[in-house]
Write a protein that binds this ligand. Sequence first.
Ligand code: NAD
Length: 568
Amino acid sequence: RGTPSEQWQEYRGAPTGTDLECAGWRQEAALRMLNNNLDPEVGEDPENLVVYGGSGRAARSWDAYDAILDELRELDDDETLLVQSGKPVGRFRTHEMAPRVLIANSNLVGKWDDWEHFHELEAEGKIMYGQMTAGSWAYIGTQGIIQGTFETLAELARQHFDGDLSGKITVTAGLGGMGGAQPLAVTMNEGVCIAAEVDEERIDRRIETGYCMEKTDDIDEALERAREAAAANEPYSVGVHVNAADLLEGLLEREFVPDVITDQTSAHDVLDGYYPSGYTVEEADELREDDPEKYREESVETMERHVDGILELQERGAIAFEYGNNIRGQVQDAFGRDDAFDFPGFVPAYIRPQFCRGKGPFRWVALSGDPDDIYRTDEAVLELFPEKEHLRRWIDLAQERVQFQGLPSRVCWLGYSTEGEGDGELTERARFALRINELVADGEISAPVVVTRDHLDAGSVASPFRETEDMRDGTDAVADWPILNALVNCAAGADIVSVHDGGGVGIGNSLHANNHVVLDGTELAAKKARRVFTTDPGMGVVRHADAGYEDALDEASESNVAVPMRDE
Ligand code: NAD
């Protein structure tokens, strides 16, 4: 991939302020968001163009990165740049309402849609792993996933405990870009978290940024501190420098059963994500280079022990769920172990009812780089939705405990609902975006704000091991939905639109789409926002209505979403 580009060395993060390098804010936003993904404070390994999630990259090579920036600087307000797996490949005159950038990452035709074929092409420099928000330039660091993790655990606590996690111990693993949010999400829900992580530097990073409190390499010490905190109903988190499989076996030997057991190691990628037991990180990295076959074998063997540990803890009373990394699928594939699926994925267990209403993780980024702009948006969201008590709690907690990384940003979950005060025709997301656009126009926010989201959203993913696991009508693997999502968001005028294969569950296991809208205070931005923030959450409603979910059908009726043939 070459050596880090000179311009990246100079940027080391997104440019900020109100001076533009590009012809307009839409192109400038793309340039800043790409550089934000590769900010050393935001991305996990930017020198190798890796943003998060194993090998999820923002550009295919350093030459491609330089070329994308050059193209963005040249791009007119009525042109569209095409990016294929992290490399700019074409530029066409389109029109102002059209996207400025269209991105397709990691996609392969069904019969060839597997890691083996992908890795061959990747080694030849012809394709790139875009993960989800890495290749679509929407990653905002661990702060991006924190609310999703917080919401998932809050829903778990509502379903199984007294509404929070106080006095409860959650055991998990993986403190990477996404997984690093887990200890903070647990403590924000008042609980105690023990997280296994093989890479000590990752634990240190989470401690430095306030996501995790302490570390140890001694399981007994971790257990003792966790038990003390739980007994005192105090929030507490500890990163344990061990392999996840070894931690779980250690807990079983000590006859300790946590209240909750999950995992966010990069198990979706046997070779470049998950670490086999019995090696230090350095030794394992060498083995990967010298003998990838042996690495793969040992990696899946450790995964099987890891899954056995989760199943046994579930058997003994822990609440178990898979956190979207496909560890169950890997063990099923490698060993024919269908019982790996004896614990549920987090989406059917905790998230789908929200997807039915078009609710999902919606995020916005202040292109000024000024945290005050985000605090102004926090006020705006609370003014617009005063009835949402949960949202107020989230914004208060986020202000208090979530540090900004790179460009200041915020995440919250809003949906389609057109209920509430104000213009009854507007969805929650559209009301919010239009208000922010007004604040930019009035100068109350000092520069444009980009609104985007995770690919993991209500109507933008087909992923049978995660977002569409166990759909009511058996349509888990139907991939028309993310494609329709991307198409309708182009038609509605989003500024960047992307379609990826792979993501959190690996090549061949999912297709998903994303979009960005740049709120620069103009009438054009208002038009785009009004449309995209209707079509995008609307896709969540129609996708789940089509699958027969009552919540989605109710939302469609309440909010006047057209669902043809709904009574069939
Ligand atoms: P990452 O690659 O940044 O971090 C993974 C971490 O796991 C690394 O720090 C690694 O050292 C550690 N690890 C690997 N094997 C281990 C083992 N056996 N024991 C202990 N630690 C081990 O990845 P990430 O961005 O944090 O994502 C983690 C996983 O979650 C990925 O599979 C990703 O696709 C999935 N994911 C989940 C969601 C979600 O919403 N829950 C979203 C995106 C991604």
